[in-house]
Design a protein around this ligand. Structure first.
Ligand code: ZN
Length: 317
């Protein structure tokens, strides 16, 4: 029996006035209940608002950004706005970052104007969030706060002045202050990602080791590496020959940052390893939790690198 029937039965036999009053009160209660239910439904499918920034990169951002957007959008969880900032447009790039749950950077280019940099630092400090993909960690070598947010970066003159090398050795992370340039890589190959923190929401529910699609692997990154957790590494064969950080989480003020070095080109972005870590990492950065179901070793194996089209990614209910 629903509440509407109940209200009819209660009011039956009463005087017209009492009946009308009761019906009105119950209608009001029903409206409230319906409203509450609608709110709950809305929460269950609430979108994460993402601002993707691109427009300059030493990588093919024109091909990569649509793949990332399709990957996130396929889940049904993310709503993405794209800000394409060319060199000519950078002086006018003054977005309202506070409109978004998370900023996804595919940007490696000219410095933003001071006003925008200040607004971005304030946004992150106050609980805005950031995802940094591959060469976005090359950007802004002289912007102190940005380098604190990303933890480690490469190229663009980075060296020992910018912070230590950080890598995994003999069961622990080493901060290595030795002199040398920040950022290099060996030849592309299918590299093994090894989870180093299986309790983190991003890696929890992923196999302990899995293969990423063929691409270059960044090594010898340098940066302040403060408030940083390395949740996965990969051995840089033919590069530094060290277990290099590949998935990192950081905090900056109240902001959460997910930094992935995966994702060199549009093809390797079809790697399930890239897709699943991007999806989980972006949700974690935006919300602090991961609601996506676990991915087993059959779908994310270590003995072969698997790829799939974004449209084959499962939509969340
Ligand atoms: Zn690359």
């Amino acid at each position: 029996m629903n509440i509407r029937n109940l209200s009819f039965i209660i009011s039956r036999g009463s005087t017209f006035g009492r009946m009308l009053g009761l019906v009105l009160v119950l209608s009001f209660v029903i409206t409230l209940i319906e409203h509450a239910c609608a709110d709950n439904d809305a929460k269950a499918v609430e979108h994460i608002d993402v601002l993707l920034i691109d427009g300059q990169n030493n990588h093919d951002w024109k091909a990569c950004s649509p793949v990332m957007m399709a990957t996130l959008e396929a889940t049904g969880r993310f709503k993405i706005e794209r800000a394409t900032v060319t060199k000519e447009e950078v002086a006018d790039f003054k977005p309202d970052f506070t409109k978004y749950d998370v900023v996804l950077s595919n940007y490696n280019g000219a410095s933003w104007v001071d006003e925008t940099k200040v607004a971005f630092v304030e946004y992150i400090k106050n609980g805005g969030n950031l995802v940094v993909v591959h060469a976005a960690d090359n950007s802004f070598p002289k912007w102190k706060e940005y380098n604190q947010m990303i933890g480690l970066g490469g190229w663009e003159g980075r060296n020992e002045k910018d912070g230590p090398y950080v890598y995994w050795k003999d069961g622990e992370f080493v901060r290595d202050d030795s002199k040398g340039p920040g950022g290099s890589h060996g030849s592309p190959w299918e590299y093994k990602v090894i989870v180093r923190d299986a309790d983190h929401p991003i890696t929890k529910g992923l196999p302990s080791e899995f293969l990423q699609a063929k691409e270059e692997l960044y090594d010898r990154l340098r940066g302040p590496a403060e408030n940083m957790k390395i949740i996965a590494t990969a051995f840089a064969k033919g590069g530094s020959e060290r277990h290099e950080p590949v998935l990192m989480t950081l905090s900056y003020g109240k902001g959460r940052i997910f930094h992935t070095v995966l994702g060199h080109d549009a093809k390797s972005m079809l790697g399930v390893a890239f897709q699943e870590t991007l999806i989980r990492g972006t949700e974690w950065a935006a919300t602090g939790t991961v609601t996506f179901p676990p991915v087993d070793a059959e779908n994310l194996p270590v003995d072969r690198a698997v790829s799939r089209k974004p449209q084959d990614i499962k939509h969340t209910d």
